[in-house]
Design a protein around this ligand. Structure first.
Ligand SMILES: Nc1ncnc2c1ncn2[C@@H]1O[C@H](COP(=O)(O)OP(=O)(O)OP(=O)(O)O)[C@@H](O)[C@H]1O
Length: 267
């Protein structure tokens, strides 16, 4: 780990399912991630916060292999992603699910077809089994069965998020990546979605990497938080650790007006 963000004692000895080491990502002259280290431990919900435009999505996309890095390593399930053959890489990718910020459902496909898309791409299953799985996932994310035949344009924002979540769960992943899952939802919808994430983590044993700005989510669902500023993880630990941190951005974020209101609400 870098000197500014030592791994807290309570996390040592746990299995890191994602291990990011010394990652540098540059776009032209601009360095977005600057020798960043991060661990995500099995079974936890890690909330990833940071300055706006600081590189949270870039880190997520780097872990997923969607952004080329200048240097550093990403290990997932103990495998260095750079060392994998194409076949090994596809097998590993089937073990994670991703929920992008806008849901990113295929607009011309029904919810059922969207959920079945990754299944068809990766497995050879009968239509009966495909339907059974789609309906299980729809139920799992708290949607009614009649949503199966609807197009994304016929759904509310909250339903689209749930449908996209159902698709990201199609292949029974062990890790779930969520990019600002509650953005665009009203507070009640956001609270319900947080609760759903927590329930899924507990019932499915998921490890969750969640980029968020939502202080309610950090308080209610995250086991641990990591904060990004100046291209590095500047602090990590529980919400109490974050609140005790002295970095100016962390102080502003965790002690601002909005933060005080949220703390009052969560006792
Ligand atoms: N493909 C790209 N090419 C060039 N610059 C990029 C690219 N992707 C991201 N960036 C830049 O990298 C920086 C970090 O972007 P990123 O989207 O990761 O920030 P973020 O922390 O997720 O921000 P926010 O909280 O506002 O969503 C931004 O300055 C962005 O413009």
């Amino acid at each position: 780990m870098n000197a500014s963000a030592p791994v807290p004692a309570q996390t040592t000895g746990r299995e890191a399912v994602i291990r990011v080491r010394d990652i540098v990502v540059k776009f032209g002259e601009r360095t977005v991630l600057n020798h960043l280290d991060l661990d995500v431990f099995r079974g936890e919900i890690l909330g990833f916060v940071g300055t706006s435009g600081g590189g949270k999505s870039v880190l997520t996309r780097t872990i997923l292999g969607l952004v080329p890095k200048t240097s550093g390593t990403v290990e997932v399930f103990g495998e260095n992603l750079d060392d994998l053959s194409e076949r090994e890489r596809s097998a590993l990718e089937r073990r994670w699910g991703v929920l992008f910020q806008q849901g990113a459902l295929f607009s011309s496909l029904t919810v059922k077809q969207n959920i079945q898309f990754p299944l068809r791409e990766n497995l050879k299953l009968s239509q009966r089994l495909l339907d059974e799985i789609a309906f299980t996932k729809i139920e799992m994310v708290g949607l009614k069965p009649d949503v199966a035949e609807k197009l994304p344009s016929e759904l509310s924002g909250g339903m689209i998020k749930r449908a996209a979540l159902a698709r990201s769960l199609a292949l029974d992943p062990e890790i779930l990546f969520l990019d600002e899952p509650t953005s665009g939802l009203d507070p009640i919808g956001a609270g319900d979605f947080d609760e759903l994430i927590k329930t899924l983590q507990q019932t499915l044993g998921l490890t969750v990497f969640m980029v968020t700005h939502d202080l309610d989510s950090l308080h209610t669902v995250c086991d641990r938080i990591a904060a990004l500023a100046d291209g590095k993880v500047i602090a990590q630990g529980t919400i109490e650790t974050m609140m005790a941190a002295t970095h100016p951005w962390l102080r502003a974020y965790f002690h601002g007006t909005r933060a005080r209101a949220v703390q009052a609400a969560h006792g």
